[in-house]
Design a protein around this ligand. Structure first.
Ligand code: ADP
Length: 311
């Protein structure tokens, strides 16, 4: 096997109540990447289409994650890898643009090396890529990108990822308003302390969300999609957030929240008809603004990174 083409999925991190721990993987939004073995040692990014991103291995999350993987190999390689990135997920969108590249690179190289590493180890390598994108090696986007479905990052060090079941017929409608929110600003706006009252409500919702996924309980899922800690602050940075949330739920959505650190907003729906209604409603709201935006509908991807071809 000398070459692999993969689909590197977008992801939703946080999922309302699960700040920095919950995430899920999307199916129809993502990048493509081609990774091939070459005689030149090391990791080389040879092509990037769709976005203006760094070609230097140490500045691109795909390069950093891939280096972290090959440096962990027991036996040093006498060949290298070339990476082509076909970007569809806009960087800074809040749907795991950098995570898709980091997860895609390590998944693909692991396949070409006949899978020396487990999925959990791949998450660790991909986290190194995330470290250069956002300053810390967070796993809440790379874990669902690699494992697929819903994941809970129980612990950072040592890394523990719990795979959660998904619900058939669960769809996400996502709007990406094309405004820039600096990660530093979206972190800085968060409170340093939370009240015990809000903390209790929050962990009750995380617990009930996990139970809802295990029991395929759409009503309980809907009743768990609340965030008392982060959303009240971050939503101020996203134009029309309150209107989008209220009207999505009116259109039948199970719940609505900020995807990652924003500006994207996600809504979950049962069935494609409702997801489309929600998309229509959000479109009506945002077309009245002067902000460019994209709306996507996606099933939950239970597989994670997908192989398009391997040769
Ligand atoms: P998102 O908000 O969608 O999760 P991130 O904030 O994770 O996006 O990542 C965006 C940052 O990572 C940008 O500063 C971008 O320049 C940097 N970056 C480096 N390499 C990549 C890559 N291959 N794909 C996306 N972003 C990258």
């Amino acid at each position: 096997m000398n070459e692999i083409k993969i689909f590197a999925p977008a992801t939703i991190a946080n999922i309302s109540c699960g700040f920095d721990v919950l995430g899920c993987c999307l199916d129809t939004i993502g990048d493509e990447m081609v990774i091939r073995k070459i005689s030149k040692k090391g990791i080389h990014i040879s092509k990037i289409e769709g976005e203006n991103l760094p070609f230097e291995t140490e500045k691109n999350v795909a390069g950093v994650a891939a280096l972290s993987l090959i440096n962990a190999l027991y036996k040093k390689l006498d060949f290298g890898f070339e990476i082509e990135i076909y970007k569809n997920i806009k960087p800074g969108s809040g749907i795991g643009s950098s995570a898709a590249s980091a997860a895609g690179a390590v998944f693909a190289i692991n396949e070409l090396l006949s899978k020396p590493f487990s999925k959990l180890q791949l998450v660790k390598f991909a986290q190194e890529g995330e470290r250069i994108a956002c300053g810390s090696p967070i796993a809440d986007n790379v874990a669902p990108a690699i494992f697929g479905g819903f994941t809970l990052v129980k612990n950072d060090n040592p890394l523990q990822v719990i795979e959660l079941p998904s619900l058939d017929n669960l769809l996400a409608t996502i709007i990406h308003p094309q405004i820039e929110i600096k990660t530093a600003d979206s972190r800085a706006i968060l409170p340093k302390e939370v009240t015990l009252k809000n903390a209790v409500k929050q962990w009750a919702n995380v617990g009930s969300l996990v139970h809802a996924l295990h029991t395929s309980d759409f009503d309980l899922l809907s009743d768990s999609l609340h965030d008392f800690i982060v959303e009240p602050h971050r939503s101020k940075l996203i134009p029309e957030f309150d209107k989008v949330k209220k009207n999505s739920i009116k259109a039948g959505a199970l719940g609505c929240g900020i995807s990652g650190s924003g500006p994207s907003i996600f809504s979950f729906s049962k069935g494609v008809r409702v997801a489309e209604n929600v998309a229509y409603t959000i479109n009506e709201i945002y077309k009245k603004t002067n902000i460019d935006f994209n709306i996507y509908i996606s099933k939950i991807n239970t597989e994670g990174v997908k192989i398009i071809h391997l040769q």
